[in-house]
Design a binder for this molecule. Structure first.
Ligand code: HC0
Ligand code: SF4
Ligand code: SF4
Length: 571
């Protein structure tokens, strides 16, 4: 332990603690911008300066030492912080009222905290074009404050290295190499850079207008489905605490927004378990293309295509749950309703910006129609609800529509890392052994450890599963498999750390809040709570799933299933 004083208050902290962390411990607030817990700690922006003796030092990188006397609230400190922020603002495209991050901008909050009213350094500004070629991520360099949080996320957390600092001095900027458009790089569209950005320099490609247009077109039958993770985060956009479940209110809101049918992607998730579980059993029997790798995360699929093309055949041929459901809406459901599928618009509400890319992949279409036409993020849905003047917090709870409104507990846990594996194990175990699984909660695959493992005994055969979330962990896992250090039968990967609950399309949580709580854990708790509250917790026990096989698909992995629910990625 080391002992120091901050503003005259004595504080004892473990060695290695920074002055910033020590100050927060005793309730002394120090503003930050470039600092992002466990991801970016570079002391670059210097808004967190404190006075130590005669010197001003960045507290986010300053290690607490015995006998240190730190002052955080002196004239010199306040002036220095103000100067830093004024300089940033002098070269910032200040369109606060129309900015996508208005009211959720860390630069705005810091300026307000420091009472910045007029700028002393108004001068030349850098001019850069907006890069909006990507299906998922838009970059506006004129709003970038060069904090480096997105770069650290892309490089360290995701090991994708799609963006970096380019040029020097006044002209420094964050960009892909050779200043290419993000769409033409190795970017996997995970959107984690958006979650790290304190300002409006990175944001999702908005598709709200297309959805309003479809809804107001009387020719179009507009069907919406919502991913598992959306229901545990949407409430945050309306001021509810992190980890609040709002499933029923979300359904009510979607009806009031004007969708003709409100379906649950959970149905697609249960279907995925039937198809992927059957695929796993068949690969285990043949000993082919093992480990079977999940293919429901578009960020992960693209990562494999770029970095591990030799393992593409290990990917499951299953389309993602939302794509499967889209395909069924335009075939089974359209026929049932007597609607020409060309007049159906399928909208997916996802916690993800990569799903926007997925939606447009030609591998995920059928008879010239995309399975999913438009993908909106959780944030975009919240925006639509606000535009529609809906009082979200006071909505009643409503139920999803049939025939794709029934999902099990196994489906809802897809939204947290380990969930797909747990759901698959619940079903595969019962199908193969013929025994009932008494305890459906497979805790070994839960939690935020980077790589998790589980072994399950299937009639004497030990089936080994591994789960990774965050692409740096996925990379470690694949490298261990390639080197022969580890062997598995099944692996689940989600590109986003924590899985979809903390996907790139979810409500953005500022650095200060991220310091105090693990958002992944809080939202996952809500997901597991939803699972516990559902009457059916195994995909193969979903009566709507049984019905669609009886009425339409035949068996899992049948010819019809292959035509509609499976795809193939090529090198
Ligand atoms: Fe996910 Fe999904 S669980 S990818 O993370 O598999 O986006 O929530 O919708 O499709 O179900 C995201 C979340 C989904 C899909 C499901 C899967
Ligand atoms: Fe990197 Fe993901 Fe952002 Fe692409 S979307 S630049 S891969 S963090
Ligand atoms: Fe999208 Fe989920 Fe994959 Fe993140 S983990 S890229 S949110 S599917």
């Amino acid at each position: 332990l080391v002992k120091l004083t901050i503003d005259g208050i004595e504080v004892e902290v473990p060695k290695g603690t920074t002055v910033l962390e020590a100050a927060r411990k005793i309730g002394v607030e120090i503003p930050t911008l470039c600092y992002l817990k466990e991801i970016n700690k570079v002391g670059a922006c210097r808004v967190c300066v404190v006075e130590v003796g005669p010197r001003l030092l960045a507290s986010c990188t300053l290690e607490a030492e015995n006998g240190m006397h730190v002052k955080t609230n002196t004239q010199k400190v306040r002036e220095a912080r103000r100067a830093v922020v004024e300089l940033i603002l002098s070269n910032h495209k200040r369109e606060c009222t129309t900015c996508i991050r208005s009211e959720n901008c860390e630069l705005q909050s810091v300026s307000k905290e420091l009472n910045i009213r007029d700028l002393r350094f108004e001068g030349e500004k850098t001019h850069e074009d907006i890069d909006s070629a990507s299906t998922s991520v838009v970059r506006d360099p004129e709003k970038c404050i060069l904090c480096g949080r997105c770069i650290a996320t892309c490089s360290e957390v995701q090991t994708v290295h799609a963006i970096g600092f380019a040029r020097r001095g006044f002209n420094t900027k964050v960009a892909p190499t050779f200043n290419r458009a993000l769409a033409n790089t190795v970017c996997v569209n995970c959107g984690q850079c958006i979650m790290a950005c304190p300002v409006g320099a990175l944001y999702e490609k908005e598709n709200i207008k297309e959805v309003w247009r479809a809804i107001s077109n009387p020719e179009k039958f507009v069907v919406v489905q919502t991913a598992p993770a959306v229901r545990v985060a949407l409430g945050e956009e309306f001021g509810m605490p992190i980890g609040t479940r709002v499933t029923g209110k979300m359904v009510a809101a979607l009806r009031r927004v004007g969708f003709d049918k409100v379906f649950d992607t959970d149905f697609g998730a249960d279907l995925t378990i039937m198809e992927e579980g059957t695929e796993l059993i068949s690969r285990l029997n043949k000993g082919e293309n093992l480990p079977l790798m999940t293919s429901c995360c578009p960020g992960w699929v693209k990562f494999v295509e770029h970095y591990y093309p030799e393992m593409i055949d290990n990917l499951s041929t299953c389309k993602s749950p939302s794509e499967m459901e889209g395909a069924l809406i335009k075939s089974y459901f359209a026929a049932k309703m007597g609607i020409d599928p060309k007049n159906i618009v399928t909208v997916s509400i996802m916690p993800c910006v990569g799903k926007k890319f997925e939606g447009q992949r030609e591998e995920l279409s059928h008879e010239g129609m995309q399975d999913v036409d438009i993908v909106l993020t959780t944030r975009e849905l919240a925006q639509m609800i606000k535009e529609a003047g809906i009082d979200f917090k006071n909505l009643p709870d409503e139920q999803f529509d049939n025939p794709f409104g029934e999902g099990t507990g196994a489906a809802v846990i897809f939204g947290a890392t380990g969930g797909v594996a747990e759901a698959a194990l619940r079903t595969v175990y019962e199908v193969i052994t013929g025994n009932d699984l008494d305890n459906v909660e497979i805790t070994a695959v839960r939690g935020v450890t980077g790589i998790k493992e589980a072994v399950i005994d299937l009639n004497g055969r030990q089936v080994k599963a591994a789960i990774a979330h965050g692409l740096s962990n996925a990379r470690r896992l694949l490298d261990m498999i390639k080197s022969g250090e580890r062997q598995y039968d099944f692996i689940e990967v989600m590109a986003c750390p924590g899985g979809c609950v903390t996907g790139g399309g979810q409500p953005i949580v500022d650095a200060k809040t991220r310091e105090k709580m693990d958002v992944r854990v809080e939202r996952a708790k809500a997901i597991y709570e939803e699972d516990r509250h559902l009457p059916i917790r195994k995909s193969h026990k979903n009566p709507d799933i049984t019905r669609i096989y009886e009425e339409f698909l035949g068996q899992p992995n049948s010819h019809k299933s292959h035509e509609l629910l499976h795809t193939h990625y090529v090198k």
